[in-house]
Design a binder for this molecule. Structure first.
Ligand SMILES: [Ca+2]
Ligand SMILES: [Ca+2]
Length: 574
């Protein structure tokens, strides 16, 4: 902070105040300046001003008075030292006036900068003028050094993990307009200490993935039908993912009628990695929240999930009682659900979501990959629905949309290129698990866990936020949607419009931004109640079985990923 405003000196003032001898000395120095001095290096942006350090002895320093005649307390000594420093600083300010006259420079104000002086230049001084003044001051015999006064920026955090450079979705908006600004957010010193659990209601998880080591709680397996469970039994305490492959032979049987033959997806493992993969461990990439615990809640097996298992799973994830299941000792406030069904929200979904809201939990859901108006549960009250954007911030072609979407986050294009997909943890097994691996995943399934991860970070700072307050914080602290000249605006009513410029009626309030969300979390909490921006929807009444769009949609996306990883041909893209 500036300590004292000073008169503004003009060049004519200087000319009048210079004595003949001083003028000659100055002119001599000025003539040398052109060959002796080098310009100041500016870190970027307009110059803030200069720091001037005098040589030792230029400003008179006072010796402390020995406490001969009085008994000194430590406080009295401190106060005397403080007063001495103030007098020295006042002398330094006074002396700078003389130096400025000698050097023939103008300035606006001079103040404190540690043991140096802060010198603010007249308004409108550009880099060239700043350099000119610095050269003149540097040549003064009383001056030891002249340095630029800089505006400092928090350093971005760059994890050392080998696949991190491919994780475009975590970079700054300057690098990828649609990215979540995690490198900036991680550099924010939040002082967060609260342990946060994020439930992943999905296919289970590969506990043996080394980049998830120590990150995954025990969880529970809610897949009730043995044929689909693929683990030889129904519900049990083993939430590991045995694989969810369906062979052509399977699909020809009555049990799997209507299921598409497909390799195992490792969908839950991929989502767990998006949220919490370890950082700076020499393995793969990183997740959003390096300290989060993932609670795997297995609800999907071969051919997807049934709604009844899913509803029990989300209840249990939040710590609510479920018939026949043990008490969840690690209830999650953030629950990620990257599955959904066709049709509008129905009472089965809505009542489960209302129960979650009542205990302060937030269901973060994928908007869907139909490239169409959202369906359940993304249109239910009280969820945070997340659609997908590309690296440039435009809505991904497959991303579903509508006025109940809360915000947008990266999901990849699925068409190759730097922003093809979200690099995360996987397994190489086409059927059962084999080697732990990594790969790009595409879809809103992977946008939602980015919001879940940022939500978990916010809860690390503000553990008492309710689910609805957390949702409100996330959607009100976003970056504005991007606008590309070669794309039309997304329309809430249109179907199959492909990639388009997001609007607040289609992709939520804006783009997920970790740094903005954490800045809000560090600010004082609002005193007025906040509500989620999702709007009520009427019950569409759908079938009780609820085979889910997630089955078809992420399996298609899985095919895309597999084709990239294994060189097979991709299917047609929506
Ligand atoms: Ca089981
Ligand atoms: Ca890692």
């Amino acid at each position: 902070m500036l300590e004292s405003g000073m008169d503004r000196f003009s060049f004519s003032d200087v000319a009048m105040r210079l004595s003949p001898g001083e003028g000659a000395r100055w002119m001599q120095m000025w003539c040398l300046a052109g060959v002796m001095s080098v310009p100041l290096a500016h870190a970027g942006g307009p110059p803030v001003g200069l720091l001037v350090q005098f040589k030792p002895g230029v400003v008179q320093t006072e010796a402390d008075v020995p406490p001969v005649v009085r008994r000194d307390t430590p406080q009295a000594q401190q106060e005397r030292a403080h007063a001495r420093w103030q007098r020295q600083h006042a002398s330094a300010l006074q002396h700078f006036n003389k130096v400025a006259v000698d050097a023939g420079v103008t300035f606006a104000r001079v103040g404190s900068a540690g043991s140096a002086l802060r010198v603010d230049l007249p308004p409108g001084s550009d880099a060239a003028a700043t350099d000119r003044i610095a050269r003149r001051l540097r040549l003064h015999p009383d001056v030891a050094d002249v340095m630029p006064n800089e505006r400092l920026h928090r350093a971005a955090v760059q994890p050392t993990d080998p696949l991190f450079p491919q994780q475009w979705h975590l970079q700054t908006p300057a690098a990828h307009a649609g990215a979540i600004n995690a490198t900036t957010g991680w550099a924010r010193s939040t002082g967060a200490t609260a342990q946060v659990t994020v439930a992943v209601v999905d296919t289970g998880v590969r506990f043996d993935h080394p980049d998830l080591s120590g990150k995954v709680l025990a969880g529970y397996d809610f897949v009730s039908e043995v044929d689909y469970a693929n683990d030889g039994n129904g519900r049990d305490a083993d939430a590991s993912d045995p694989g969810d492959w369906v062979t052509a032979s399977d699909a020809s049987t009555a049990v799997f009628q209507g299921c598409d033959p497909e390799d195992s997806s490792w969908h839950g493992t991929a989502i767990a990695g998006v949220i919490a993969a370890g950082a700076n461990n020499g393995l793969g990439g990183v997740g959003v929240h390096w300290g989060a615990q993932v609670l795997p809640v297995r609800v999907a097996g071969k051919c997807g999930a049934v709604l009844s298992d899913l509803l029990d799973g989300v209840r249990w994830a939040a710590g609510l009682p479920v018939a026949g299941a043990p008490v969840n000792t690690h209830p999650a406030k953030v629950i990620n659900l990257s599955y959904g069904g066709d049709g509008a929200c129905n009472t089965a979904y809505q009542s489960a979501i209302d129960d979650l809201s009542a205990v302060g939990a937030l269901l973060v859901v994928a908007a869907g990959n139909a490239g169409a108006p959202v369906t359940r549960p993304a249109d239910c009250r009280g969820v945070l629905a997340v659609t997908a954007v590309r690296g440039d911030g435009a809505k991904a072609s497959y991303g579903s949309y509508g006025p109940t979407v809360g915000l947008a986050a990266p999901g990849g294009t699925g068409f190759g290129g730097a922003d093809d997909g979200i690099y995360t943890t996987l397994n190489d097994g086409r059927r059962g698990p084999t080697t732990s691996s990594y790969g790009p995943m595409v879809g809103t399934s992977f946008s939602a866990p980015l919001a879940s991860g940022v939500g978990a970070l916010v809860l690390s700072v503000q553990p008492n936020l309710s689910g609805s307050a957390l949702s409100s914080l996330l959607v009100t602290h976003v970056r504005p949607h991007t606008h590309l000249a070669n794309l039309a605006s997304c329309s809430a009513q249109s179907w199959s419009q492909g990639a388009c410029n997001c609007t607040t009626q289609t992709c939520g309030t804006g783009l997920l931004d970790m740094d903005l969300a954490l800045a809000a979390a560090q600010a004082p909490l609002p005193t007025t109640p906040v509500t989620t921006p999702t709007t009520p929807s009427t019950n569409g009444g759908g079938g009780s079985m609820g085979w889910l769009w997630g089955v078809a949609l992420w399996l298609w996306l899985w095919a895309v990923r597999r084709s990239q990883v294994r060189g097979r041909l991709a299917g047609s893209c929506p």
